[in-house]
Design a protein. Structure first.
Length: 416
């Protein structure tokens, strides 16, 4: 928590400097009374009143804290170990609007720092193929995991990002998460599902956050195409120059296209998104049959989501039911998962008076390659949000399927 207090102090000083560096556009009316934090919509009154001023000047700062307590109730590796039950992760994000700051139209500079404590209970208590807590960041004070420049062209129809970035997300089309492998209901470990298989498709070997470049194009409303290259050997704890420009040149490539149709309904439009993508990984990988190694791995994936019912016709009201599905395929000579699919539903505002509370559930299944010899790590299935069945043998096993039904519910806490 000491690190979080230090980060908060830095944010307040930065916003204060930005606000003092510019004269106010017009005088503000004096406050009518003391600030009541118990009734406020934010924890610190939007950084003690500086957040709104900073955003007007082109500086947006966000600090999020995610805390998770999990326990393996049955089976797995252990039900008694305490290690990894309580985890925490914090994200510090800063966006500089260069059009407001430097009169550079369409220019944005983005920085993202991550830290946390504990590795989660996946390795100590569960032992599943998929991580039960994808938000666990390990014991890190603060790593600069993203630092990139973004340029928008042709009225935003074309967007280009260059720098240290996360290939697995960031672009939107009609407000829907797009490139790459986005999903409106299963794409965020802090606000949606904790299980890693419901954050990104496990058949896609996304590299760690590192140096890369991405181009996103929306030729017409509701249709986009994106392509990206990223350092396949990246380590998010480093700047990325060592792995990107020294030694073997290996770059992960991915291409995606998608459409975002809007269906009519009596209570307003129902937004959807349907994506398809291809990926290429040049890294050398050991064959699962132990007969040497292979390079130039490739695969494809699908990701769909659709709002199917709205509670109200009010514009901006997102309460209602949405459904989603994913599918992915990878080379079974070098990939532990040959194909994967998942499907689920998410309902926001299910409980009366709690419009931001979400309830979600999903079914997922992974099929392993024929003849895959992996020694089982569990004595019996665990009841945590991870896989519910592993191999029941060694090399004699011809096929392995893993499946489970994770569920999630959550309500966002107050913003800063």
């Amino acid at each position: 928590m000491r690190t979080i207090r230090r980060m908060s102090s830095v944010i307040v000083l930065l916003l204060a400097g930005v606000c003092l560096a510019h004269e106010p556009d017009e005088p503000r009316a004096a406050a009518t009374g003391p600030w009541d934090w118990l009734q406020s919509s934010s924890l610190t009154n939007d950084w003690f009143g500086l957040g709104e001023k900073g955003e007007q000047r082109g500086v947006t700062v966000e600090l999020t804290l995610t805390q998770v307590y999990q326990r393996n109730l049955h089976g797995g590796l252990s039900t008694h170990r305490h290690s990894g039950r309580y985890t925490g992760a914090y994200d510090l994000e800063m966006t500089l609007d260069l059009e407001k700051l430097l009169k550079l139209p369409g220019g944005i500079l983005y920085a993202h720092g991550e830290g946390g404590w504990s590795d989660g209970l996946g390795d100590t208590s569960v032992g599943g193929l998929f991580d039960a807590n994808d938000s666990a960041a390990g014991y890190r004070s603060l790593d600069l995991t993203e630092l990139y420049y973004e340029q928008k062209l042709l009225d935003g129809r074309v967007q280009v990002r260059v720098g240290k970035l996360d290939v697995s997300g960031g672009f939107e089309c009609r407000g829907c998460p797009g490139s790459f492998d986005g999903n409106a209901y299963a794409n965020d470990e802090t606000t949606q599902f904790l299980n890693s298989a419901l954050v990104n498709n496990p058949t896609i070997p996304f590299p760690a956050k590192g140096l890369g470049a991405v181009v996103h194009v929306e030729p017409v409303d509701g249709w986009y195409v994106s392509g990206g290259l990223a350092d396949a050997q990246a380590d998010k704890r480093e700047t990325g120059f060592r792995t990107a420009f020294h030694g073997r040149d290996e770059y992960f490539a991915i291409f995606e296209t998608g459409v975002t149709p809007v269906l009519p309904s009596a209570r307003g439009p129902l937004q959807g998104a349907y994506r398809a993508g291809l990926w290429y990984d040049p890294r050398e990988k050991e064959r699962l049959d132990e007969n040497g190694s292979e390079r130039d791995d490739a695969g494809f994936y699908l990701s769909f989501d659709q709002k199917v019912w709205r509670e109200r016709a009010d514009e901006g009201d997102s309460q209602g039911l949405g459904v989603f599905a994913r599918y992915g395929w990878a080379d079974d000579d070098v990939s532990e998962i040959k194909c994967f699919w998942s499907a689920g539903a998410s309902y926001q505002g299910l409980l009366p008076g709690r419009a931001t509370t979400c309830w979600a559930s999903a079914w997922r299944r992974a099929v392993c390659p024929n003849g895959l010899g992996i020694r089982p790590r569990t004595r019996r299935p665990g009841r945590c949000s991870t896989i519910s069945r592993l191999h029941r043998g060694f090399k004699s096993v011809r096929r392995c399927s893993t499946y489970s039904i994770p569920a999630a519910t959550g309500r966002p806490a107050t913003p800063w």
